[in-house]
Design a protein around this ligand. Sequence first.
Ligand code: ASP
Length: 721
Amino acid sequence: MKQFIFLLLVVCLPLSTTFAGEGMWIPLLLQQLNEKEMQSMGMKMTAEDIYSVNKGSLKDAIVHFGGFCTGEIISREGLILTNHHCGFGQIQRHSSLENNYLEDGFWAMDQKEELTNPGLFVTFIVRIEDITAAILEGVTDDLSESDRQSVIDRNINAVKGSILREEYQDVLVRPFYKGNQYFLFVTETYNDIRLVGAPPSSIGKFGADTDNWIWPRHTGDFSLFRIYANKDNKPAEYAEDNVPYTPKHYLPISLDGVAENDFTLVFGFPGRTDEYIPASAMDLRVNTLNPIRIGIRDKSLEIIGKAMRSRPEARIQYASKQSGIANSWKKWIGETQGVKATGGLEKKRALEAEFTKRVNKKKAWKKDYGLLLPQLNKLYGDLKPYAISQDYINEISFRNIELLRVAGIINRYMVILDNNGEETFKSRLPRLIAYLEGFYKDYIPDVDQEIFGRLMEVYLKDVPKPHQAAYVQELFEKSGSNYQQMAEMVYNGSLLAKGEKVLAQLNEDPIAFFKTLNDDPAYKTTTEINNKSAEEVSQPYQKIDEEIELLQRKYMQALMEVFPEKRFYPDANSTLRVSYGQVKGFEPRDAIQYQPVTYLKGVIEKYVPGDYEFDVPEKLRSLYEAKDYGAYGQDGKMPVCFIGSNHTSGGNSGSPAIDGSGNLVGLNFDRVWEGTMSDINYDASICRNIMVDIRYVLFIIDKYAGATRLIKEMKLVHPKK
Ligand code: ASP
């Protein structure tokens, strides 16, 4: 019965009180929850035009790109648009000092020149179903958490087994609203995805780290891929005779641009948000954990930056890795600042006070929900020391020291060898070898060694002693208590730091190679750190975290019941979502007003000849001088980027920005720094997403690169005329 009431509540909630722009909504529920508001904001479509299982709709043009970004189809020949930073790994893998696509860009001038990308895939959502009732069948309040999970797992398997689908389709089930609801997704995944075009980094990554997360922005952050299918238009592994995919729907492209207050819809796969954590958890994140991670990455970025500035090969080898490390580093800085600037903690505390007041007024609520917040606060307090150590260790051993990360991956194969025997081990080995070939291609031991020295100092000074591996302490003593000496000892003594030897031995006699590992100092450092951490940190962490999960689920349910006037959207979980808003400037600080659109003029203003971040290609400068914008300029100016109030997150990178009539007007790629805290605390005053104006994308493809064959595939429209 309780379940039933809960579901009704979700569906019947009145419109109001989430800010215009706030929310990442489930496409299936738009009609009940959002359609009216969207139309009042300027949308001319219906919910059915966005998501339908009966006819081609916008959702058929949207793909989950590689499982971590979004892409959209923009031609009837399966052409996909996504971000430059989403295709960055692929562009980099095809690059060498001779064919430097990162630096010079890449344009396939016909389909034969399009480049294959083993491992890359895109996934379509065929349909979505609310299966909450089936999944929670048999779940009662008196079940323990593990029994509850067993019932749910059994129900998920039953539902998956009974669902109607084609044999090339998959079924995913995901919890929503912290496990109070469940949705099912039937998906189709294509594995032959080829690189079609990418601008040089001086356009696609213009401004690099200095401009990342920053407005005003002037980055042409796009790249183009194409889906290939078999002759029946169905998913197939790469084959030379595969053909371009024919989509159910592709996005027409508007040449009319946007103006302030225009409606924008962003459709994509936001990765993860935590909007419903209590103030105590937010405090832990922004005031304790973020500073720890930032501090560690400060150190590794400094060392990587030094290498990239002085060594051309390091610039290529570290390009992708450095971007990944720097991206989150800068985001966390912005998040902590944004929460402070908008009084995020105080607002949460005020909401909690109101929650407590309402709960205390009603007997049933007081009984069910009265202790939730104090219990959650206590648990987050208990979690804190483990969360701190976990973040230190993750950052040190999994994220920033490559040798330890790779040793950790090799260790997984050691476990397979020990537990599953030689035959299974050998059958998995080609994957490891392929991975290691990629890894060592971009590995520079002396850079990594310096990072190791710096971060071992952090490990031994800042991780609480009981969470430290004795082996690392011994190494330190053996090296005369000198961190760089210790690094030298490990890297000189470790086979894993020598890629060619590792690959040769693995190909020759893998079992013999694995037998030597237990004495390898890098391998041993990793396993000792990780084993100690598993016992002393991860286990207690997980135990507390499970209790938190249970209470967060109840708290979510309670919030929805206690605040019936509020409209709740589920946290992002890498599933397809719609967020809608308007093109809007904002006031980041007192007396500063940001305009919503940037122009090519701003690129030229930022131009620093020869600079690693702000160089501008000669061709682009001459197009600017000649004001030669073709059909893509507006009033003699070339628009580059714009911002809106759409609620987005990582994973929305590459999402289309769509106008009120279903045409592509922009390409989402970032958020403004002041508002990166939207993952935990969306605030309409400063949260903005950043999009490339689609006309800038077309201008670069056509006028800059001369890849006019691609423009001919697209459907260009003038909705405002
Ligand atoms: N640029 C961001 C990212 O790649 C996208 C976002 O978080 O808004 O994570």
